[in-house]
Design a protein around this ligand. Sequence first.
Ligand SMILES: [Zn+2]
Length: 193
Amino acid sequence: MKVSITSKDALILVDIQNDFCVGSLAVPNACDIIKYANSYIEIFKKNIRPIFATRDWHPKNHSSFKEFGGIWPIHCIQNTDGSMFYKDLRLPNDTLIISKGTNPDKDAYSGFDGTDLHDKLKNLNINRLFIGGLATDYCVKATILDALALDYTTFFLSDASKAVNLKPDDEALSINEMLKAGAILIDLNDLIQ
Ligand SMILES: [Zn+2]
């Protein structure tokens, strides 16, 4: 399919941070998405559309960490190298940054969970979202399902996303779930630039 960028569109890049690319919770082949993510950034910049970047932004004692009862290794602790956006990701200076997972007692996979992302999008009159990042089977999926529930037309950027795949089918299952909920799968070739 071919999609043109409109005045109601925004790009949301999910959790493209050091720990998810090369750090303590590195997603397999995460670095492969960077060139695609940068291309989407360029297109949205050229069209003067807002660019959002979500980030996991955990306190040291976050409940998602194994030692505090969660399932994940320690990752993305606020203001550490691991929580910085990956060095090769070319985010513009006016990127709107959404921090999530800041409450020690609660995990937040979705960029909408406990954040002002929806308010910011409303204020900008956005009704279509282009979402990709890390990881397909967790935070990308959760963000896309919330976006659809909030009635945004939502595109899943398949080439700018990678899955953790704790189980080998997780990526396929999560993509099916997103498509069933109404997401539209595209890649860079589908965007009219
Ligand atoms: Zn986390």
